[in-house]
Design a protein around this ligand. Structure first.
Ligand SMILES: NC(=O)c1ccc[n+]([C@@H]2O[C@H](COP(=O)([O-])OP(=O)(O)OC[C@H]3O[C@@H](n4cnc5c(N)ncnc54)[C@H](O)[C@@H]3O)[C@@H](O)[C@H]2O)c1
Length: 331
């Protein structure tokens, strides 16, 4: 087993936290980097870090991935990092209409800076970074296949994620950096993000406030449970792509559940689990949003054995148990 630390960017975030935790439990050293931005409740990020900091093999670096000097110092002081799981980004489709510059800074400049560090690391093994199902934009053909064209993003967020894939290909080609981009599909679970549906719905039902449901509820999502996502990330991390003559050591994979669920079924599950009805406010479709997502995960399964196990019937109650405990609801 490699004993150099894994660098996890966005370690205080939802997916970065769970990825770091799994690595630490498996005996790996982890350096987690995050700028703890205030896109959502910073206390939730700090609480996640508290859990990670219980492991002596975890070190936290408070830094911004777009800050070249900060990354160079991190590499010099805590590295070298031969494996990087790069999850730090400005997430969220809707917020990219409000604060577009933060997406270019974190997702484009930040991605470049991380790749530049990998470029100069001798013996570098694998950069695994987060892309998103949002790159599929208005594609009609389901399930979404990594072979499909994704040249027509419908939000700036999606455009930055597609840009990451293009930037990564150029660096893999030029500098032989093994890279895998993972297109995540609506990730949910304990310690989840407050700007995402499951959190918003649970909070609204608990607090008896109106619950906005877009496109009049006519939406379908490939909801993917966090533990499955982490298994996918780590399975991929262990299997870096290799150069094949002229073909760069580069690939893009879908990481979804490969089941598409009606949003209203998801809401009914939350209601059942909380024993309370939602006060739904049906709204029109929001700009930049997608009606349905559904992942074709054939290539991911073939390459890494990735097989999602958790249905929403199992995953939603686990989130709600965490939510009630963390926010002291109904206890
Ligand atoms: N959660 C999902 O359903 C989902 C779906 C598709 C793609 N993704 C992608 O997966 C990755 C992780 O998502 P998440 O749900 O954990 O989001 P998150 O917002 O919880 O985590 C991202 C973390 O990155 C940090 N960060 C942001 N900009 C930074 C910067 N410039 N420098 C350092 N740290 C920075 C944030 O403080 C945050 O803690 C992101 O790239 C996101 O775009 C997530």
């Amino acid at each position: 087993m490699i004993n150099t630390p894994v660098l996890v960017t966005g370690a205080a975030g939802f997916i970065g936290f769970h990825t770091s935790l799994r690595l630490l439990k498996a005996g790996r050293k982890v350096v987690g980097l995050d700028n703890l931005n205030d896109y959502y409740d910073v206390n939730l990020k700090k609480s996640r870090l508290k859990v990670l900091e219980e492991f002596p093999s975890f070190q936290f670096v408070y830094a911004d991935i777009s800050d070249k000097d900060a990354l160079e110092n991190t590499w010099a002081e805590k590295g070298p990092f031969l494996e990087v799981v790069h999850l730090a980004a400005q997430a969220g489709v809707r917020y990219s209409m409000e604060n577009p510059y933060s997406y270019i800074k974190s997702n484009c400049l930040g991605h470049l800076t991380v790749m530049e560090m990998c470029r100069y690391t001798k013996g570098f093994k694998h950069l695994v970074y987060a892309s998103s199902s949002s790159v599929y934009g208005g594609n009609k053909e389901l399930p979404y296949s990594v072979e499909a064209r994704v040249d027509t993003p419908i939000s700036l967020y999606a455009a930055t994620k597609k840009s990451n894939e293009l930037m990564s290909h150029s660096y893999s080609h030029l500098y032989n950096i093994p890279q895998t981009g993972l297109r995540f599909f609506t990730v949910y679970g304990p310690w989840g993000r407050p700007d995402m549906a499951l959190f918003i719905f649970t909070k609204a039902i608990c607090e008896k406030t109106k619950l906005p449901v877009f496109n009049n509820g006519d939406m379908k999502r490939d909801f993917t449970y966090i533990d499955d996502i982490v298994s996918g990330i780590l399975g991929v991390l262990e299997n870096p792509p290799v150069r094949d003559n002229d073909k760069a050591p580069y690939r893009v994979l879908n990481i979804g559940n490969s089941r598409t669920e009606y949003l209203m079924d998801y809401i009914h599950l939350i209601e059942e689990e909380l024993g309370q009805k939602a006060d739904i406010d049906f709204m029109p479709m929001q700009d930049g949003d997608i009606r349905e997502t559904y992942a074709d995960i054939t290539a991911t399964t073939e390459l890494t054995g990735y097989k999602p196990k958790t249905t929403i019937k199992e995953g939603v109650p686990r989130f709600i148990t965490w939510y009630k405990e963390y926010y002291n609801v109904g206890t």
